[in-house]
Design a protein around this ligand. Sequence first.
Ligand code: NAP
Length: 328
Amino acid sequence: MKLAVVGATGEVGRTFLKVLEERNFPVDELYLFASEKSEGTELSFKGEKIRVRAINKEVSFKGIDIALFSAGSGISREFAPKFAKDGAVVVDNSSAWRLDPDVPLVVPEVNPEDIEKHKGIIANPNCSTIQMVVALKPIYDAVGIEAIVVATYQSVSGAGAKAIKELEEQTKAWCEGREMEIKNLPRRIAFNVIPQIDVFTENGYTKEEMKMLNETRKIMHDPEIKVSATTVRVPVFYGHSEAISVKLKNPLEPEEAKSILRKARGVVLVEDDYPVPIDVAGRDEVFVGRIRKDLVFEPGLSMWVVADNIRKGAATNAVQIAELLIKC
Ligand code: NAP
């Protein structure tokens, strides 16, 4: 197994290495790529130091079996087809290929069978979509879901290493009475919340919000399902939370939903308490709590869903896809 990680020095890239190690993914040779600026940086994998190389047109990708990409859409658009042409299967974390009809969009707990349709590229969904569909698919299968209304509380790590630094720096500056600098996020994030993730589209929703609609439809194979999302950045380092209300097609009591989710793959049902991001950071499962009857939708349910956006929302989901690939 010759494996490549593109974007290895980033938040998701470094977590790929951790998750591959933890899950004992069979790797014989590992190739790490990032930008020119990281050329020569060394990263550890299974006790060995591996040199990071800059990705560019001169690099040969021949012989690589699987490539995990997390270096942004531009790099994915340019290099994923080159890896695929040279025989690798690319699992891409960016939004570049997610809605391409020739590219399966896969969450292993929800639509693992879609993997078989790949033509060299498989897309990993958006982090906020992954945790939502893992929590809702078992309910969808049981009684059907007509519509989803969701508000997200997304951590700064969802915007990469620079945004983590920005929250740290602004918090320090605030404590020391200094001016806070805004560099990568649209507004100040320390002691604030920002109701904008990604850019606005023509209908007033952001791209992140439209991803939650379009990706859910593709993953669930349901072009009719309605999703209305408000995505919000909050001053949390790791872990996205979501307040979700669903309009069901057929009635389901909260106790019945709990008994379904207790058995669901990849879900941890939190019953006597509720999940919070600091407890969930570092975990691979999707945590669901506060399941109750919705007071607007009839029949309907409301719930609170939390997951580590860098792990289940990105690296772990991609490694699970790679595991399915080697089983095929
Ligand atoms: P990040 O911490 O900012 O890391 C970005 C990575 O991409 C770094 O390794 C960087 O290398 C590399 N890169 C950037 N420009 C490059 C270029 N021109 N050539 C080669 N490598 C380049 O970001 P991240 O959070 O890991 O996210 C990476 C990707 O995963 C994005 O597409 C993002 O949308 C997606 N994703 C992120 C999350 C999340 O929750 N964070 C979830 C799902 C998907 P250098 O260090 O050399 O600059």
